[in-house]
Design a protein around this ligand. Structure first.
Ligand code: NAD
Length: 308
């Protein structure tokens, strides 16, 4: 494939996706506001380091972005030296989770220039991004989706075309992340309860994972990042709060009542404020641990199990 790709946003997710595109033989023009995010790519002969978003869209036909918030998406596309001002690109693929409203707003402006827009939020976390096994939900033109399948298949293995309107995939993704947020919060409460009652957390996970309480936190996040106290799952609390807040915003806009959602928004806001926006989402367990004075920790390290 000779067509040049562009990639903006080389954070926890984006740097793996861009690396995989390079490894698959694509030429990729890269930009991030953090120059250290570009360091890993500087010596790659297939990578071109751009100095702005405008330079990316000047050099690349298809531009992918993986960005942290709706405000940043707007700045990257519509802002000063944004993609819109570079101009030569014909396809924009947004892999971020930033909600349907900004996706539609940005697509309306880009389509005036003849740029085809796909919103393509992903799920599967940093491990999925590293291995190229993400789920990708895509909306926008079916033709655009089919034309860009070879690129999307480099970064994801489970691809779903969910609808013709830009923004539909964002709504799908917000519903998914809402459930992920609820599962992680409720699992934290249940695990703290069990540990306080003297249960071994690994035994609890073994039971839950073959029983009706299993979910993405019991199957994946707790074994990978909580009971070993690594808290390095790779998804920031600030981003989870953003997703839950966007979901509730959509629910409000659509006239849908989400009672559990109201509590989730407050809880993730508290987590972000107490532990910091850059804390790992798995650290939410610390909120409940502190209140109960226990730690959900593997039993061979039990001597440290009391929170001091
Ligand atoms: P991140 O904060 O690690 O990365 C975002 C990157 O965007 C950073 O490198 C940052 O420097 C860059 N950036 C910020 N402003 C910019 C600008 N104006 N121009 C260029 N670059 C800019 O976030 P992440 O975890 O990689 O997530 C990216 C998106 O993917 C988010 O929308 C997130 O919700 C979503 N997502 C994340 C995960 C995960 O597990 N981390 C999973 C699925 C989806």
């Amino acid at each position: 494939m000779t067509e040049k790709l562009g990639f903006v946003g080389l954070g926890n997710m984006g740097h793996h996706m861009a690396r995989r595109l390079l490894e698959a033989g694509h030429n990729v023009v890269l930009f991030d506001v953090r120059s250290e995010a570009l360091d890993a790519f500087r010596d790659n002969p297939n990578a071109t380091i751009a100095s702005s978003c405008a330079e990316v869209s000047k050099l690349a036909k298809t531009v992918l972005v993986s960005l942290p918030s709706p405000q940043v998406v707007k700045a990257v596309v519509l802002g000063e030296n944004g993609l819109l001002t570079g101009g030569a690109f014909d396809t924009y693929i947004d892999l971020s989770t930033t909600g349907p409203q900004v996706a539609a707003e940005v697509a309306a402006k880009l389509s005036e220039l003849g740029v085809d827009c796909l919103d393509a939020p992903v799920s599967g976390g940093v491990p999925g991004a590293a291995a190229g096994t993400l789920s990708i939900m895509v909306s926008g033109s079916k033709q655009g989706y089919e034309d860009h399948l070879p690129i999307l298949q480099v970064i994801g293995k489970k691809l779903f075309y969910v609808g013709p309107s830009v923004g539909q995939a964002q709504t799908m993704k917000l519903a998914n992340n809402y459930l992920s947020a609820v599962a992680l919060a409720a699992t934290s409460e249940a695990m703290v309860l069990g540990v306080k009652a003297g249960l071994d957390p690994n035994v609890m996970l073994d039971v839950l994972n073959v029983s009706s309480g299993r979910n993405s936190a019991t199957l994946d996040k707790f074994p990978a990042a909580v009971v070993n106290r690594k808290f390095d799952y790779g998804f920031k609390s600030g981003l989870m709060y953003k997703d839950v807040a966007l979901c509730l915003q959509e629910a409000d806009r659509m006239g849908v009542t989400m009672l559990v959602g109201g509590n989730m928004k407050e809880l993730w806001k508290m987590t972000k404020e107490k532990l910091g926006a850059d804390s790992d989402t798995t650290e939410i367990v610390r909120i409940f641990e502190e209140l109960a004075s226990v730690e959900v920790r593997e039993q061979d390290q039990k001597e440290y199990s009391e929170v001091r």
